[in-house]
Design a protein around this ligand. Structure first.
Ligand code: HEC
Ligand code: HEC
Length: 323
């Protein structure tokens, strides 16, 4: 079932996207001149430092475009040099997600926008003030009026950024070309890695299913022990004891360029992640509430570990591959 669905969606996505040219990896606006659409206005706002208290931080400061819109450090720096508490994940392939953030506290991309703007460790600006700054800026008033027929508002600010984020769906990957029938698009190692990823030996696909390799569920992979690892994850939102240590299963497209990994950025490389899954207890001896899928060491061979890594690398969109 899962595989068939995956194949159908991958092929459909490929057909749709063939007509569009992938964007170059840039850490600046992808268009020249003034934004003409909601998406472009949203992109401009994504890079807008005015949306932070001291005008030093934009969304792109932590969600770096060339790194799959993720940060390269475990904990990002926000206004006033403050350190965040979780790792900034990538912002690609989020349009279908019913939960955002590791604890799922935002249900839509629109709703998500105000959190980083208001977060004292991130942009540190009350949303009304952020909107007020746009309303006091003649250029933005003109742009919003041209595109929305109305001046800046919280709703339109959130709508524009969300519209931009929805353009960040990625399917120009070796993996998608392989699924569409190009048997040479990925290496023999990556093909073996795919089989392992889907199979019962690793059970990766039990949690990382669907075309974006997330089932949008919350699971506990053993990264909470109440002593050194104290982020309780989903529990903070639901206050249900069964949710202690559960985090949103992240999608895995472009994961090769979004290091470091996990909610706390504790793994620097995909190799470290795969070593962890091979035997979680070696890294966290006393996890609390860990998923039963993780209970036994996988006993992967060195080659199998490399194969899984190669498969994960094959999920990288062309725009993020350094030429
Ligand atoms: C100071 C760093 C920082 C800034 C600035 C920042 N973010 Fe984030 N972002 C994060 C971190 C850290 C998380 C994960 C937090 C969590 O899960 O609790 C995150 C999570 C997200 C997510 C959820 C991703 C997912 O897979 O659930 C989205 C979407 C997002 N940010 C978009 C934005 C937008 C839009 C802006 C600008 C308005 C922004 N971020 C500004 C650090 C930042
Ligand atoms: C029980 C469900 C489950 C299983 C099984 C599972 N994962 Fe995960 N995976 C998760 C969750 C939940 C996270 C996020 C955990 C966190 O941030 O603390 C995650 C995170 C990851 C990440 C890091 C992503 C990022 O952006 O930080 C990678 C890579 C990954 N998994 C790959 C795999 C591979 C490969 C396998 C099989 C060997 C696998 N997963 C098996 C649930 C699972």
């Amino acid at each position: 079932m899962g595989r068939l669905r995956l194949l159908i969606v991958a092929v459909a996505a490929l057909v749709i996207c063939r007509s569009m040219t992938p964007r170059e990896p840039v850490n600046e606006l992808s268009f020249k001149g003034d934004p003409q659409t909601q998406e472009q206005l949203g992109e401009k706002l994504f890079f807008e430092k005015k949306l932070s208290a001291d005008q030093s931080i934009s969304c792109a400061s932590c969600h770096i475009p060339s790194h799959g819109f993720a940060d390269t450090v475990a904990f990002s720096t926000g206004v006033g040099g403050r350190r965040g508490k979780r790792n900034a994940p990538g912002c690609t392939n989020l349009s279908g997600r019913p939960y955002l953030f590791y604890d799922g506290r935002a249900p839509t991309l629109e709703d998500q926008v105000r959190f980083p703007i208001e977060d004292k460790l991130e942009m540190g600006l009350p949303i009304e003030k952020a909107v007020g700054r746009l309303q006091a800026d003649k250029k933005y008033v003109a742009l919003f009026t041209k595109i929305y027929g109305a001046p800046p508002s919280q709703e339109r600010l959130e709508g524009a950024i969300a519209a931009f984020e929805r353009t960040l769906e990625t399917s120009h990957t070796p993996f998608d070309r392989y699924m569409a029938g190009d048997s040479l698009a990925i290496s023999a190692s990556a093909i073996r890695g795919r089989e392992l990823f889907m199979g019962s030996k690793t059970k990766c696909f039990d949690c990382h299913f669907s075309p974006d390799f997330t089932g949008d569920e919350f699971r506990n992979i053993g990264l909470y022990d109440g002593v050194k690892l104290k982020d309780t994850g989903r529990y903070v939102i639901t206050r249900n004891a069964a949710d202690i240590g559960k985090f949103k299963v992240p999608g895995l497209r472009n994961v090769a360029v979004t290091a470091p990994y996990m909610h706390n950025g504790m793994f620097r490389t995909l190799k470290e992640v795969i070593e962890y899954y091979d035997d979680p207890y070696k890294v966290v001896p006393k996890p609390i509430n860990m998923d039963t899928l993780m209970a036994k060491p996988l006993k992967l061979t060195a080659e199998e570990k490399l194969d899984i890594e190669q498969f994960l690398i094959s999920l990288t969109d062309d725009r993020f591959v350094k030429k």
